[in-house]
Design a protein around this ligand. Structure first.
Ligand code: CA
Length: 450
């Protein structure tokens, strides 16, 4: 009898070791400038996104998820490092050469590589154009995409093969020729990589440029959606391509062991986009700037079709993924993100973040539970009770001086160990932001966006 027990015990130990050894693949899909409302499952009436809707039904849907900045580059710096990018001065957008993300920061790709992962970036980088900032030296084995923040969706021989053009599509440092629509090609590269690495744990950062401008949709997507709206076509095309990636994971029998993240890097900004019911837009500190749709799929490890309503951050993606890969979250430059898995499964006490902080040059804000405070230099404060006023229409700063003082003090305390920004965006954009915040503080309505 004793012998049998031992045999069973041995077998179960082996089985459990082999399950532990199978590290989950991580697929991080990032949309660019996607409006909060512009997905089927988020409430869009005219943009159809059947593949993301289906994924959402199988995932944890975060209803109060935030990126760390309302614009592209600093948002990606927070995502890639799992840290507030204000710790390393990365506040302004579009760093001009030679500026870029601090190379002493560790990226999520580097951390996963250390766990034995094959790593690839397909698409937009936007964290520096110089050689020492290049994705291949920042943790990615493979890079097929653009260094910069935006580009045309179609190949142009004249500009794309010009020497050292950071908007060109490059493969590991060399500009390449390609054809068709960029969203399709980024997806092809992702599928090829999955096919080639199905035996390895892999980390793929699929960083679409869609639906960021220029609004150049594939004709077939406009036709399929029955619209002339190129923004809607870009979202639809991205969804169609996400469907292709998921089909490939299914065909390779990898859906049981792949974590899929989906989110946008910031809110919508073009007039065709909708951030409803949120107020504000890309570039502003209102919720429409930095609150984004976010999904986490991990079969059997997190619930399918669950809404998680606490505050979470894009910084948590690094921590959650590295922990899932068997890595440690202790590092020389400490993470601000948290491992979300135990919170989602009610295995951890409390909530991941009591407060989240945002600062971009002269604008800053703070989420503290359902409260939101915004500070704009040379303008003043906005204070909103999101429980009653999700659109940030009624500024309570004058009516509630005690709440304002409490949150001002919290923001000030958070700022104590943050750096001064290393670069700015210039006077022109400062004026635009000042005007946008002023109008909404005073009237509650930002024309065209709520
Ligand atoms: Ca963006």
């Amino acid at each position: 009898m004793k012998k049998i027990t031992t045999a069973v015990a041995c077998f179960s130990t082996i089985a459990s070791i082999s399950a532990q050894d199978k590290k989950p693949n991580v697929l991080l899909i990032l949309a660019d400038d996607l409006g909060y409302n512009d997905l089927g499952y988020q409430g869009s009436k005219h943009i159809k996104t059947p593949h993301l809707d289906k994924l959402a039904a199988q995932s944890v849907r975060f209803t109060d998820a935030h990126v760390t900045s309302p614009v592209c580059s600093p948002s990606r710096a927070g995502l890639m490092t799992g840290r507030y990018q204000q710790r390393f001065g990365h506040e302004g957008n579009c760093p001009r050469r030679p500026d870029g993300m601090d190379v002493n920061e560790k990226t999520m790709a580097q951390a996963l590589k250390k766990q034995g992962y094959k790593t690839a970036l397909f698409g937009k980088w936007h964290l520096g154009d110089e050689k020492h900032q290049y994705p291949n030296v920042r943790g990615f084995d493979e890079f097929w995409g653009l260094r910069e923040g935006s580009r045309n969706y179609f190949f142009n021989k004249k500009s794309d093969l010009k020497k050292d053009n950071p908007k060109a599509i490059e493969h590991n440092g060399k500009a390449v020729e390609w054809s068709g629509h960029l969203t399709d090609r980024l997806t092809d590269k992702t599928i090829e990589y999955i096919d080639a690495n199905k035996e390895n744990p892999f980390f793929i950062f699929l960083s679409y440029t869609a639906p960021h401008g220029p609004l150049q949709s594939a004709k077939e997507d406009l036709k399929a959606l029955g619209t002339k709206d190129n923004y809607a076509g870009l979202v639809y095309g991205m969804d169609r391509n996400i469907g292709r990636v998921i089909k490939n994971l299914e065909d390779n029998k990898l859906m049981d062991n792949t974590i899929i993240w989906f989110l946008s890097d910031n809110g919508g900004t073009v007039k065709q986009a909708s951030n409803l019911p949120l107020g504000g837009k890309k570039g502003t500190e209102f919720e429409g700037g930095h609150r984004v749709p976010m999904l986490m799929y991990w079969k059997g490890k997190v619930p399918a079709g669950k809404d998680y309503d606490e505050l979470v951050s894009s910084m948590d993606i690094y921590a959650t993924s590295v922990k899932a890969a068997g890595g440690t979250l202790k590092q020389e430059r400490p993470l601000d993100g948290k491992d979300l898995t135990p919170f989602i499964n009610n295995e951890a006490k409390g909530i991941p973040h009591k407060a989240l902080y945002f600062r971009k040059l002269e604008c800053a804000s703070l989420r503290y539970g359902d409260w939101k405070m915004i500070r704009v230099d040379k303008l003043g404060y906005g204070l909103y009770d999101l429980k009653k006023d999700i659109g940030e229409n009624k500024n309570l700063a004058k009516e509630m001086p005690e709440k304002l003082a409490e949150m001002k003090a919290m923001l000030k305390k958070w700022e104590q160990d943050k750096m001064k920004p290393l670069w700015s965006e210039g006077v022109k954009w400062e004026k635009v932001r000042h005007k946008d915040h002023k109008i909404k503080f005073e009237t509650g309505v930002l024309p065209g966006f709520n």
